[in-house]
Design a protein around this ligand. Structure first.
Ligand SMILES: Cc1ncc(C[n+]2csc(CCOP(=O)(O)OP(=O)(O)O)c2C)c(N)n1
Length: 426
């Protein structure tokens, strides 16, 4: 129904500033200089911290200096270990992306440009703090020195795959690294992290939890549920939103970025919110350490928005040139996280180009050797690597009668198809 004396309503449909063939445009993004954002006490009342949810915590400036109150003042040795883990993550991504292109696995997802987000956190959290990652935090496993061959076995769904070929590549699960099983269903891990943190507090434990999801994923109902439970029970949890500007082909505006920040979601729930430079490993480290201290001292949850950029396609199944400007990556105002930490180490006289180049080579070789090792356990297209019957195991703790029946039926069909011993899948 329309009334002639009123102007017709119009629906606002967000449009990204640039599409393919157009020049990238980040002029709408306000980048605060490094060092200007104050650092409150980790016990501060969240109501006094509103500005932080709209600001941008940055430590590394354009000259590679670490400045301001958030500077975590890490030793050169720790800085070099962080840089190494970031470069190793990148080398791992590179090799596994190529493995997918060579047909050795069905699928892969890189974290190019977002390495600081996971490595900064891996270094700031305790190793036994439980991480509830999305599929783009492989850097946490690498930062926790997890075995690359084990990760690759999962990617190849091979004989060495602890998950027995049941999960899509990159959906890791590593209990011994306090790295929760990755699920394909976006955002489910966020309330689960809150629940884990509540359990830790209810038991009088000292461990905290942390979760990660993309900015697109904040539009899921589970995100709201997580924040409500986190604030009500003051759960010792760090909730990370990785705002890499894109959710596959949807720009961040479709998740609400045109009107406010993702860190500002915290304000309405009475949670501490920090918005930080996600391409600055020192800012990520400092914000995570702050939030971890707040959680560990029973001052409750923190929501951290990592402002970053997804430098490549969403996955091996995606072609970003179909929906975004091709020069966005080079125009991204916060630069590259590896280049920035490297520049910092060089600026303080603790690193140089030659050492960096040598490390690049060394880590590429390390990844290559790991891949050779994993490939011995089997790759895609070389048959089934896990015994057929294991498919029915672990659906329930004990196999119920109907699954037993289905398993037996499958095995008899297998016998009919491959009657000779040694033929067909095991
Ligand atoms: C509940 C649910 N809806 C949709 C999808 C399909 N899906 C997989 S990844 C993705 C985009 C997620 O974007 P974002 O949260 O920004 O994270 P990013 O991939 O950028 O790291 C979508 C829609 C899914 N896996 N689960």
């Amino acid at each position: 129904m329309s009334r002639s004396n009123l102007p017709p309503l119009r629906l606002h449909v967000p449009e990204p500033p640039a599409r393919p063939g157009e020049e990238a445009d980040f002029s709408h993004i306000d980048i605060l200089p490094a060092g200007v954002t104050p650092r409150p006490d980790s016990a501060a009342d969240s109501a006094t911290m509103r500005d932080l949810a709209y600001g941008l915590v940055r430590v590394l400036d354009d000259e590679g200096n670490a400045v301001g109150p958030w500077n975590p003042r890490l030793s050169p040795d720790v800085l070099r270990r962080m840089l190494r883990a970031m470069v190793l993550t990148r080398a791992f991504d590179d090799r596994m992306f190529r493995a997918q292109r060579q047909g050795k696995t069905s699928f892969y997802m890189k974290s190019l440009g977002e390495e600081a987000v996971s490595i900064g956190a891996a270094f700031a959290l305790q190793r036994d703090d439980m991480c509830f990652p999305s599929y783009r935090q492989q850097g946490i496993l690498i930062g926790r020195d997890w075995d690359l061959v084990d990760m690759m076995n999962q990617i190849y769904s091979n004989r060495g795959d602890r998950l027995k070929g049941r999960q899509l590549p990159i959906m890791y699960s590593a209990k011994d690294a306090s790295f929760f099983s990755i699920s394909g269903n976006l955002t489910t891990q966020v309330p689960q992290a809150v629940g884990w943190a509540m359990a830790s507090a209810a038991r009088g434990d000292t461990r905290i939890a942390a979760s990660w999801c993309g900015e697109g994923s904040t539009a899921e109902g589970d995100f709201h549920a997580a924040l409500t439970f986190a604030t009500v029970y003051r759960a010792p949890v760090v909730l990370n939103v990785v705002n890499n500007q894109w959710a596959i082909s949807s720009f961040a505006g479709f998740a609400g970025a045109e009107s406010t920040t993702f860190a500002a979601r915290a304000v309405g729930y009475g949670i501490a919110g920090l918005r930080i430079d996600g391409n600055d490993a020192l800012a990520v480290y400092a914000a995570t350490a702050w939030a971890a201290e707040r959680a560990r001292t029973n001052h409750g949850p923190t929501l951290i928005e990592h402002f970053t950029y997804r430098a490549e396609g969403h996955s091996t199944s995606d072609d970003p040139s179909a929906y975004r400007s091709s020069d966005e990556r080079s125009k991204w105002p916060l630069g590259d996280p590896v280049a920035r930490l490297k520049a910092h180490l060089i600026a303080i006289g603790e690193w140089d180009e030659a050492r960096h180049a040598a490390q690049d080579l060394e880590l590429a070789e390390q990844v290559k050797a790991a891949a050779k090792e994993a490939e011995k356990n089997g790759i895609l297209g070389h048959g089934m690597h896990q015994p057929f019957a294991t498919m029915f195991e672990d659906v329930f703790e004990e196999m119920p009668w109907h699954l037993n029946e289905q398993s037996a039926q499958m095995m008899s069909e297998r016998m009919r198809k491959w009657p000779k011993p040694g033929e067909g899948p095991r």
